[in-house]
Design a protein around this ligand. Structure first.
Ligand code: GDP
Ligand code: MN
Length: 380
């Protein structure tokens, strides 16, 4: 999950990286006061979780407090690249001499981190990376060793950054480690005409698996979840990830759900989501899961794939049967129950005899059926 610029900035400052003075507000009147406190001139920055704000009109210079108020009024409530601007940050202006780019990003394939740095940072970094890759240095970082002063020097040297950026590079690594981040980025890191190194803009992506020990951002970042369905599911305690296909998927256990996604894809359909009900296949969990999936308009069929273990299949079937009383089923549901008490579970579903529910005995058969139903309704 991504943090807002002002949150990233706060983390940088806590780890000793210099940042310009700044304050956040949702009120144009207060924006005027903040600009006054900052000395009159201010940069007004839309707080939205997307890059490229500068080019989209989300970073604007205000010459005095009245202009800051007007700019804030114009920005608030509008959308920058599809993200509604709910707050703006006002920052003191700085005299930029050069703009650099520095980041650490998890390289999953290599099982380590990658430092990416360039002496040509700023708004055109993507273009620089695409047209002149040699201007962007990529240095592997072993997570066990971290960014020592030797490593920081190596990164700075490889990118052609001033040697004293090494200190920022070491501090930025501490941000990543201490905050459980998968990505930390400063763009631009600027050298001012007065010779200071300042982080002017930052992006931090936290590891969702570490939210339990980063409670500080937990509530806010969860509430600001990009996808409303994911937010609704998270509020119900479900492990749900929305994808862009048409077959809704419910399973117990992350491994089983992932293989179900693969099998559905192998049948020529695309999964609409990932939903792991784990060990708790109660009627409540089933009803919650089904209602979240059915409220996704892209879903054309739903596949429930459960391997009964500690949670036996009859308990899951009972959950489904009772969920059918709570949730109005509007799309075909294919159920495959196997494992502990599968026969009893299947019998319960047969007894309920819901016209939109059908059963399959194998995972392949169930996936094929759900895929057919999804494509058939697409063609209909
Ligand atoms: P992004 O486009 O979303 O990455 O937003 P940034 O915060 O990186 O701002 C875009 C650009 O605006 C930066 O690359 C700078 O060139 C410029 N900028 C941002 N803050 C200031 C500032 O305080 N003073 C000046 N002169 N330029 C700024
Ligand atoms: Mn930027």
């Amino acid at each position: 999950m991504d943090l807002y610029e002002h949150q990233a900035r706060e983390l940088f400052a806590e780890h000793g990286i210099l940042v310009p003075r700044a304050e956040v507000t949702d009120s144009p009147k207060e924006a005027r006061e903040i600009a006054r406190r900052l000395g009159g001139r201010a940069v007004v920055k839309a707080q939205v979780k997307t890059g490229g704000r500068g080019k989209a009109g989300g970073v604007r210079l205000a010459a005095d407090p009245a202009a800051a108020e007007l700019t804030a009024r114009q920005m608030l409530g509008t959308a920058i690249k599809g993200h509604t601007v709910r707050t703006v940050m006002l920052a003191e202006t700085v005299d930029i001499e050069s703009e650099f780019y520095v980041s650490y990003v998890l390289d999953r394939a290599a099982g380590r981190f990658l430092a990416i740095a360039s002496a040509e940072g700023g708004m055109d970094i993507e273009e620089v990376a695409a047209t002149r890759p040699q201007a962007v240095a990529r240095v592997p970082v072993d997570p066990a060793e971290g960014v020592t002063s030797a490593k920081a020097g190596e990164i700075a040297h490889a990118a052609g950054l001033p040697p004293r950026t090494a200190d920022v590079l070491m501090r930025l690594w501490q941000v990543l480690v201490r905050e459980d981040a998968l990505l930390v980025e400063v763009n631009p890191l600027v050298r001012t005409r007065q010779g200071q190194l300042l982080a002017l803009d930052g992006k931090v992506t936290l590891d969702g698996n570490a939210v339990f020990r980063q409670s500080r951002w937990g509530a806010e970042t969860e509430a600001a979840h990009a996808d409303p369905l994911e937010a609704a599911a998270a509020a119900k305690g479900l492990h749900y990830v929305r994808l862009d296909g048409e077959v809704g998927i419910i399973g117990n256990g992350a491994g089983l759900v992932m293989s179900t996604l693969d099998v559905v894809a192998g049948c020529g359909a695309r999964p609409a989501n990932f939903l792991d009900i784990g060990g708790g296949a109660s009627a409540r969990v089933m009803a919650d899961g089904l209602s979240v999936i059915l409220s996704d308009p892209a879903v054309r069929s739903v596949l429930v794939n459960v391997f009964g273990g500690i949670t036996a299949c009859d308990a899951v079937a009972d959950g489904i049967v009772r969920a059918l009383d709570d949730v109005r089923l509007t799309k075909p549901l294919v159920v495959r129950l196997d494992g502990n008490n599968a026969a009893r579970g299947r019998a319960l579903l047969d007894e309920r005899a819901h016209p939109l529910v059908q059963q399959a005995t194998t995972m392949d058969g169930a996936a094929r059926r759900a895929a057919e139903l999804a494509t058939a309704s697409r063609e209909a």
